[in-house]
Each structure stands twice: as C-alpha cells, then as structure tokens.
Design a protein around this ligand. Sequence first.
Ligand code: FAD
Length: 525
Amino acid sequence: MKPSIVYCLKLLLLLALGGVTMHVPDEDTVVASLGSLRLDGHFGFGHDAHAAARDFGNRCSLLPAAVLHPGSVSDIAATVRRVFLLGRHSPLTVAARGHGHSLLGQSQAAGGIVVKMESLAAAGGGDTAMRVHGGHVDVPGGELWINVLRETLKHGLAPRSWTDYLHLTVGGTLSNAGVSGQAFRHGPQVSNVNQLEIVTGRGDLVTCSPEENSDLFYAALGGLGQFGIITRARIALEPAPKMVRWIRVLYSDFETFTEDQEMLITAEKSFDYIEGFVIINRTGILNNWRTSFKPQDPVQASQFQSDGRVLYCLELTKNFNHDEADIMEQEVGALLSRLRYISSTLFYTDVTYLEFLDRVHTSELKLRAQGLWDVPHPWLNLLIPRSTIHKFAKEVFGKILKDSNNGPILLYPVNRTKWDNRTSVVIPDEEIFYLVGFLSSAPSSSGHGSVEHAMNLNNQIVDFCEKNGVGMKQYLAPYTTQQQWKAHFGARWETFERRKHTYDPLAILAPGQRIFPKASLPMSL
Ligand code: FAD
C-alpha cells in the first residue's frame, strides 16, 4: 500500500480510537457546536467538504466535517474562538485552505473545519479589499498572487519576490517561504512582508510586524499555519518593469553550470531572475524551445544534439521598459559574455512582465487540456548546501535518475543572508544553498509514470542525503511524525514548540501538517 494512503488510514484510525472521547466529528457535531454563531458568511457541507478533501498532490483525502466560507475576518476569529472554548476534549480542528495546492493533505482537516480563505478574498470591500499605499499593498490572506500582481500593476508597482506559479494564495506561500528566481536578490516572499494580521489559535485577532508583536510575526512566516490564520498581509512593492528579456542557455558540465549560477547570484550587477533546471533523457530539447524562444544563432542551434546527455539549463531574465531596450541589450551582452554555456544554445524572447510571471499558468492550461493536471504529484523539494551539491548531483543525476524522471527538475542557488532567521523557515546552515525541486507527475497506475515509481526514486534520493551527510533540509516537507519534525527543526524545535504553546495551545490549527496532534498535547497547557 502507498505510504500516503497508509498515513491517511492511520490518521482516521487514530482519530476514531485515540483518546477516550475522540471521534471523527460530522456535520451534526459542527451544527451543534457552532450553529449558534452569527456569521457574515456560512458553513458548507456535502459537496463543499468533498472538495476540501482534495489537494494538488492528489494523494491524500481527509474529509472535513464542514467548510467555513468566511464573509469577514470576524467570522474566522469567532469560529476559531468557539472551537478553542470547546476545549481539549473536542475533536474539532481548523485548517486554513489557500488554493489547496499542498502536496499531502497539509490544508486538510479530518473531521475538522476547513476555512476557505479564497471566500474571504472574494467577499470584497471593508477588511477584505486590496489596497496599494506608501510602497506596499495590503491584501487578504486568501488572495491569489496573480490577483495581487494585476492590482499592483495598475499603480505601476509589483511585489519583489515571487513563486514560479502565481495561482497560490498569499497566506499559503507565506506559511511556507515562497521561493523563486528573484530570491537571490530579495530573499523569499517571507522576507518581503511588513505586517500581518492574524487570528491565533485562541481566536484573538492580532496585528503584528517586526516592531509590534514581533514574536508572532516571525512565528507565522514559514510557520506552516501552526500559530494563526493570516487574514491580511502587507507586502513590499517596487516599480514594475513593462518588459522582460527571458533567456535560456545550456551547459553539459555541472561544475561550470553551478559556478556560473553562483557568480551571477553574488555579482553586484546581475540578472533580475536566476533559476536553472536539469534535463535528463530528453530528445530535441532546443526544438521544443523554438515554439516560444528565438535562437541567437539559428544555424548553430539547429546542429546541436541533446540526445541522451544530462544537460543543465540556466534560465535568466532582465527587466526593461521600452525606452531602455538599448541599455538592456548592452547589460545582457556584458553579463552573458562572462558565462561559459554551450554557445549554440543561447535562446531568448521578450515578453511582458505579467506574461513572464504567469508563465506556469500557460503550462497549466496545456496540461489541463490533456487531462494531465489533476493527477498525483509526488513532488520532492530539497534545500542542499553548496558544499555538498556536487556529491548530490553526481549520485542523483548520474545514478538514481539516470534512466527516468517524470517531470521538471529545478536547481538554483540562493543567498542565506537574504533569509531572516527569526522566521520559522528551516534552511541549511551555509551561505549559499540550492533549491532542488523534483516536480514529478504520476499519470499512470503502474510503471514509470506511477506514484510508486516516483516515490521509490524520491526515497532513494532522501536516503542518499541522510546516509551521506548532505546536510539537506526539505522544503514543503511531508513529514508524518513529530519525531521527524523535531529532526527537521533541530535546535530550532524548542522555539517552534514554545510558540505553538503560546499562540495555539490546544493545537487546533493546520492539523494536516501532522506536527502537533490535538489529543497529544500535555494536559498542563
Ligand atoms: P494551501 O496548500 O491551501 O495551504 C498550505 C498550508 O498553509 C496549509 O497548512 C494551510 O493550512 C496553511 N495556510 C493556508 N492559508 C493560510 C493562511 N491564510 N494563514 C495561515 N495558514 C494558511 N512554492 C514556492 O515556494 N515556490 C514556487 O515556485 C512554487 N511553485 C509551485 C508551483 C505549483 C504548480 C504548485 C502546485 C505549488 C508551488 N509551490 C511553490 C508550493 C506552494 O508554495 C505551496 O503549494 C503552498 O502550499 C501554497 O499553496 P496554497 O496557497 O494553495 O496553500
């Protein structure tokens, strides 16, 4: 049986048997416990509950008792407060659900209440409107980043730090970290927030920032939803460029590839976005690029043979406005002249800033049309220190994945100095570390396209890291026991646990992260 299914069954069994009074609550329990609340929004059951028992990972389904569609922030505060007041013997928990793009049930709540944060964003007006002022934007926690971009562009502004895909919510990515090719310069999204408004696990509505209630502010950033529900965030903005020069080049040597990446992320003048990906066992890669990119030298590019080799693609952008196109060309030329890519593989295109940032959505639409979006996604995201990335690459790309992999593999470095160590995010202990994302899809029930196959490869990779002192940390970690989480947090566990006891003492929030099971908290709390 698949490990994820085993986990889900175990959890249901535990909920059913664990503790003397524990049972999986149903619609009647919610109506009896919360029916008297006066709400601007409403609770949904049936179809709503089934929809909330799904996520992007498509490998874990935990049915909640009810879904709250909040019509205001006070709906969320009132619901959490009521669950808090029901006390530790009530089995009810509460999970905020952003866009449900978690990988293994992290935004689900078996027999609990799922708060559909997008309903709050859609409610409009009052405390749920987006507002641009003084170099930042105030947004509801359930707002999608694509909507934040569209709104801020009306003012000629945009957030500085992104994720590769924008159909994720502000509260969801800030609860993890939010990493993309701009992080080398601006840090992850959690480093670009000035203020949060949070409903804690006691149902208190608290405004926090680096100056005010700072412990809660830093706890919630990368806090996996454990300390409160982010109902509003104040995001830093910068002037938005109109256009982007989007460039791809290939390397066949891993060392040269990573040396160039590291040179670019530490250079004073550099590109505006720096990522990379690994290409294994693909044929005609440059031909695929031709549908959206132009080769710098069409003749040379047509002679390039990719077949069978492991290749490394460096992906870069330079922002510009139309009247600065000449300067952009000069700057890009100077930067490219310092790189050692295979010269025939330089491809580029010019697109609007919005088109570039929303690029993964274009792929999503294509995959949806082929029925390949709503399939299981056994993803593995790792943060690997610079000192072990070569050892890692040799084993993983040279051996474990030599013959097969089922999706894009991202690989790019970021600077630790841009990550604030007061947040809850866990990263490797080195100046430069790499984000390596194995973004597998599993469209078939057996063979190379199956979940089992991808999980087997993932397990081999994690195993290698653990047995060979790679110093890896998982991002979007799908751990299922507190023991694993303790190991993940290491010396930072104590702070994480202390913050949990302070802000969510009954362990009501985000049960799908499986860090603090409600029934297991010490009675003294
Ligand atoms: P959910 O999955 O709904 O929630 C995630 C967790 O946060 C849950 O525990 C939930 O309870 C909690 N939560 C949700 N909203 C709130 C809130 N308002 N307050 C408190 N807790 C909350 N990540 C990156 O960093 N970089 C990327 O480039 C990137 N690309 C991605 C591309 C795709 C196609 C997908 C599917 C995911 C990608 N991610 C990336 C991962 C993404 O950050 C996570 O999926 C994250 O969970 C955000 O998704 P969501 O908004 O749907 O949140």
